[in-house]
Structure formats: structure tokens, C-alpha cells
Design a protein around this ligand. Sequence first.
Ligand code: NAD
Length: 435
Amino acid sequence: MNISVIGTGYVGLTTGVALAHLGHKVVCADIDEAKVELLNKGIPPIYEPDLEELMAKSRSRLTFTTSYREAILESDVVFIAVGTPANADGSPNLSYLHEAFDNVLKTLAHKATPTLLVNKSTVPVGTADRFMDEIRRRGMGQVVDIASNPEFLRQGRAVYDTLHPERIVAGGSERAARILQSVYKPLLDQEKIPFLHVDLRSAELAKYAANAFLAMKISFINEMANVCDCVGADVLKIAEVIGSDHRIGPAFLNAGIGYGGSCFPKDTRALQYIADTSGYNFKLLSAVIEVNNDQRYMMVQKLRRELGELAGRKIAVLGLTFKPATDDLREAPSIPVIQELLALGAEVWVHDPIAMEKAKELLPAGVHFAKDCEECLQDAEAALLVTEWPEYLRTVPAAAPGLMKRPLLIDGRNAIPENARAGLDYHGIGIPGTS
Ligand code: NAD
């Protein structure tokens, strides 16, 4: 099929590359000229494992452009995957989406053959219905249909998740669902992937429900970890015990400093906003968000308990991205942690294996950027492990005792294995004898 994808971020680019890999002819469009220029040279502007290789393999069926006409006029299906970041009040900012939608419709006005417009961006319930009203208002209802196809990929595993989704959700008419089934046919044929055809509103809300539920698991285990710290129990054992119950499952039961990234914080706040403005007080979700906000400061509290005043003391912050295998710093817990350390007068040194350049643009003045993990640890009075990059799990236990003034490690991810903690003054989250 001829497919276009509007927006070449984590979702759009991965979708475009994966659909080309599955045999479709794909044109990806973005308003960011610099991104399109890089993509045309075969260089992905984001870091995702395997993305560059898959892009190279599918190059003959994949083009990139800033022109909507070039992207859309030949297409049977147009995916929209632009950002929907949070406004200050938690509501989703739909300005990119509205601009993309308007440009798509203006371009489709020059096309007589049917087009399915598929929204992949995470949007409030009713967005697709409003788009359909607008399509009819412009007299295009006979040729343009709408579907909602929410995306569930995880950053850092975007390519894998797109090629091996747990389910495909198709919101919209029977006809729209049939077209989406053809788009994903090579995947559906390969593996037994549930294809869930639902109405537009349920598809839109299901995406928020999925992220809110996962965020709830994280906040739950973090609160359990805090209780463990109070009573001397071990949250790793608790997670193992409850996670082996298939009704609960082991995923998202890693206690630590809370969730971050471009999705969970904004989607939980957006769902809270959607519920609030529909007249429903989603009390459980409000608690999930509040617990997560507090949890981000847990490492600094532990640090202050150990060191007292932090003014003038070198503290190493290891890992800046919100999780390993991504270069994304959006809503990374490292940022409030660093701000808090700076506010307390600490001399803050930071390191990240991938995101140092992005971090230099984002972090406040006064932060020292180490050239490697060792420089970060050198003469530090404490280290905070904020992102569990695999290289830190090897380097830190080996290097910290020799390099640091005091090998005090606050492990915000409970990631350093027990047998590697010997030379460290180790403090996890909810691990007895270490709190
Ligand atoms: P992103 O910020 O990485 O990428 C968005 C892209 O859209 C950018 O390249 C931007 O230049 C482009 N863009 C903005 N306005 C445009 C326009 N009018 N025309 C063409 N291009 C335009 O965003 P993302 O992380 O890929 O997320 C996209 C959507 O998918 C969001 O709604 C997000 O909530 C959702 N989502 C994201 C993830 C994730 O892990 N990142 C997972 C599932 C769903």
C-alpha cells in the first residue's frame, strides 16, 4: 500500500520505517527541515536501537519530505504521529495535531480517491469525532474516513515493539478497521497478535488507561518500598512474591525514583484533566501522580540523611535519560534531582552515555559535565545512580571505591546486584540495611 506518516519523532519514524520494512511504500513528512535533511542522509535524528539498520534496509521503499503534497497525494492511508505535549494545566497541547490535520485536509482537497486518516498521537476522547465533523463540514466525508490507532511502543525498544506489538487497536468504522488490518497484515500473519476493533472513543481512552495503569503499578511499588524502608522488609522480595501471581505480573514492579519520560507524566496528567473536566474526580490517579512527584526527591532525602549539609560537596549524578537505551530527557527524574542538589549548594557532576549533548542544552547553569563515568566519580562524596545504563552496573562497583572520597552510592533504580555492592556504602530504595 501507499502510506504516509506525518511526524518523524519516536512514534512516526519508527512506524514509517517498520511499515516500509513490511513492504509498504512509505513517505514520511515533518515540518522540521533539519530532521528531514538528516533522514534523507540515512541518519535517524533520535537514538533507538536497530532503527538506523532497519531504515537502511528499507530505504528503497522509504522517502522523507517537508512537503505534505509529496507525502499525501499518492497515499491510501495517512498516519498522524505528531507530539501532544502537556500544557501547564495538564491538558494536552493539541496545536501540532490541529496544524497537521488542517494541512492534511487542505492537501486532500486536491485528491479524489478515498483516504483513511489514522491518528497515532495520544489524544483526548472525542478528538477523532471532532475531526470527522470537520471533514464533513468541508464536504469531504465521502472520501476521507478517520481511524484511531493508538501506539503502545516503549522508547528504547521502539523497533522491537512496533514489529512485535502485544495488540493492535483499531478505532473507527468497519471499513477503517479492514484497511488497518491490511496495513498490518504482514505482522498479523506472522504472529498471533490480537487485532482489537473498537469505537473511536474507546480507542482514544484505552491509550490513557494503559499508561495510567502502568504508572499506578510503579507508584504502588514505590510506596511499598517506602514502607519497606520503615519496617525493614525488602521490596525486591515483595515484588518477586506479588509479581509471580499471574493476576499481578512481574512487569513495572521495580521500585525506584519514579516514572518519567514523554508519556507517563503527561498521559496521567491528561487523563486526570479529562476526568476532571468531564465532572469525575479520579482519586486513584491523583494519588499515583502525587506519589510519583514525591518519589523523585527520595534519593536526595537519603543523601542528606547520610551527608547532612550538601553545600560545596561534590555529588556525582549517573544517568540523565528517563531510562536506558534512549536519548530522551523529557520529564526525566534526573532533572528535578539535579535542580534540588543545586538548590542545596552541592557541586553537581553529571554523566550519561548517550545524552550529554542534549543535556548541555537543557540542564541549569552550574552543572559540571564529566567526560566519562570515572571523571564523574573522581573525589565525589556520593554518587546517585539515576538511570540504570548497563555500563554503570559494571563500572560503578569496580571504580567507585578507588575513585570516590567516600563510596556512598544511592541507587535510585535498585540496579546494582547484591554481589557487586561489597566495596560500596550502598543505599537502595526499600532494601533492608541500606536505607
Ligand atoms: P516527538 O516529539 O518525538 O515527534 C513529533 C514529531 O512531529 C516531531 O518530529 C515534529 O517536528 C513533528 N511535527 C510537529 N508538528 C508537525 C506538523 N504539523 N507536521 C508534520 N510534523 C510535525 O513525539 P513522539 O514521542 O513520537 O510522540 C508522538 C505521539 O505519540 C504523542 O502523542 C505521544 O504521546 C504518542 N506516543 C509516544 C510514545 C513514545 O514512547 N514516545 C509512545 C506511544 C505514544
